[in-house]
Design a protein around this ligand. Structure first.
Ligand SMILES: Cc1cc2nc3c(=O)[nH]c(=O)nc-3n(C[C@H](O)[C@H](O)[C@H](O)COP(=O)(O)OP(=O)(O)OC[C@H]3O[C@@H](n4cnc5c(N)ncnc54)[C@H](O)[C@@H]3O)c2cc1C
Length: 459
């Protein structure tokens, strides 16, 4: 029996079988993605425990689904019936912060904000900052190649991962990558594992690159009557050659939902708010902020200003980060994650608006707008089958339009379960075959998070 084998290999104290507790590990934050009932939750303490778990799963032909904090928005951490959920919650130590090499070594269950806080104590900065940073883990961030607010200037998780320790689908514990500033030995297996959503290996340790702490940022706020005008402002900022350290869009639906929930006293006069930031030091930073104000105004902002009040600016960004959980309170949310070229942002936003109207679906919008990474949030009343059908149709149309405009179906959340169909539309059969070949090579028994990412093969 699998359970007996696991007990013998890693000890009973690593296993959870209580049905209620199992249910709380069965799905991530993607409310629309299907999920099953796991057989057991394994909570390893060490990489050796992870290896032993995978070896047991190989022996019994049992799928293993790795779970960080379960904040994923594509169903990537969702259980399949009878699977092992491997939770990294007890592997949460920061093993090293090295100011000389500007790197940190962490276990996968470390929460993003905890790493950032520990680095800040030493004058260092770990940039990738998903809006889920108070909860999501570095292992989950690595497995989804998470983006975030400052990625518009500083890049995504993959840009900061130097090396990994991981257990492969053959049950081997391997190290890939490096600790050095440079290194080109062999194929980039580190880059391959980043963003592989638990389907190619289980990450047991991460070595990340750090930067020096940066200057305080200037914040620019713009109000727009129409979402398309806000999109034009994004295009204008890019066309002016500016490099904001954040450029986020949040609409009135989101601000109102946050305010109703947290009572933050937010003004919800504007239909759409664009929030820019620059961390360029000194006078150049002020000039860059003013240039952004000009871009906003030229695109039709009804109000655009460089904020002089850091508390107010922080409140606006806090509201942006809270938008998703605030909307979840209104009903099941189906989250898009399309990413389009910057020049196509206004057109894509116009199409999203038109799709919502055509299908009669309530769509709220947040976006890492400066990256062209848009998150239309399709909200349906609970238990309304007709609205669900409409929302699904709108979801598919948004994906098709993003691809038609030269974009991708997922900018940062990953394929998981929700975008497998989108992946099949986006990538050529030959490319999908390459992806399947990689999967077979690293997970020959097909036990690592099966059914995620790769679309079913059409015979
Ligand atoms: C409010 C909110 C805001 C968000 N904002 C952002 C954002 O700005 N940017 C962004 O990119 N995402 C965002 N997300 C999505 C989510 O937080 C990220 O995808 C995050 O990286 C997931 O981390 P996690 O620890 O919760 O992982 P989980 O949800 O537990 O897992 C995610 C995937 O990674 C795999 N996985 C987890 N740990 C490991 C491991 N150690 N080894 C191998 N595979 C593993 C899982 O199997 C699954 O496929 C947001 C989510 C919420 C709820």
């Amino acid at each position: 029996m699998l359970l007996d084998d696991l007990r013998a290999r890693i000890g009973a104290d690593c296993l959870v079988t209580d049905r209620d507790v199992l249910a709380s590990y069965a799905q991530d934050e993607a409310e629309w993605a299907p999920f099953g009932q796991p057989a057991v939750v394994v909570r390893p303490r060490t990489a050796e425990d992870v290896r032993a778990t995978v070896q047991a799963c190989i022996a019994h032909g049992t799928p293993v689904v790795t779970r960080g904090a379960g904040t994923g928005l594509s169903g990537g951490a969702n259980a399949t019936d009878g699977c092992v959920i491997l939770s990294t919650e007890r592997m949460a130590q920061i093993l090293e912060i090295n100011p000389l090499e500007r790197l940190a070594v962490v276990q996968p269950g470390v929460v993003n904000d905890d790493l950032r806080a520990a680095c800040a104590e030493q004058g260092l900065w770990y940039p990738p900052d998903p809006a889920s940073s108070p909860w999501s883990t570095i292992g989950g961030n690595v497995a989804t190649n998470a983006g975030g607010l400052c990625c518009v200037k500083y890049g995504v998780t993959r840009d900061y991962v130097l090396g990994l320790q991981a257990v492969t689908g053959t049950g081997e514990l391997v190290r890939v990558g490096r600790r050095t500033a440079k290194g080109v030995a062999g194929y980039d297996l580190t880059g391959l594992l980043v963003g592989s959503e638990g389907t190619l290996g289980i990450v047991t340790e991460v070595t990340v690159r750090l930067r020096p702490l940066r200057e305080p940022e200037h914040t620019i706020a713009g109000h727009f009557d129409s979402i398309v005008d806000a999109g034009r402002a994004v295009e204008a900022v890019a066309a002016a050659g500016l490099t904001p350290s954040a450029l986020e869009l949040v609409d009135r639906h989101c601000l109102k939902a946050v305010d109703d929930w947290k009572n933050m006293g937010l003004s919800v006069d504007a239909n759409v708010v664009l929030l820019g930031r620059t961390d360029t030091p000194g006078a150049a930073g002020i000039a860059e902020a003013e240039a952004m104000v000009t871009c906003f105004a030229s695109a039709g902002a009804t109000f655009a200003v460089r904020s002089e009040d850091p508390d107010e600016a922080e409140a606006l960004f806090a509201a942006r980060r809270l938008a998703y959980p605030a909307l979840e309170r209104l009903g099941p949310v189906l989250t898009e994650d399309v990413c389009v070229p910057k020049a196509a942002v206004p057109e894509m936003l116009a199409r999203i608006e038109a799709i919502g109207t055509r299908h009669g679906v309530h769509i709220a919008n947040i976006a890492h707008a400066g990256d062209g990474n848009l998150h239309p949030l399709l909200i349906t009343p609970p238990d309304d089958a007709d609205q669900r059908r409409r929302a699904q149709a709108a979801f598919e149309e948004i994906i098709a339009d993003a691809i038609a405009l030269g974009g991708t179906v997922t900018g940062e959340h990953g394929v998981g379960l929700l975008k497998r169909h989108g992946l099949a539309l986006e990538q050529a059969p030959a490319v999908l075959a390459m992806q399947r070949a990689v999967k077979s090579a690293l997970d020959p028994h097909g036990i690592l998070n099966p059914g995620k990412v790769l679309p079913d093969e059409v015979s």
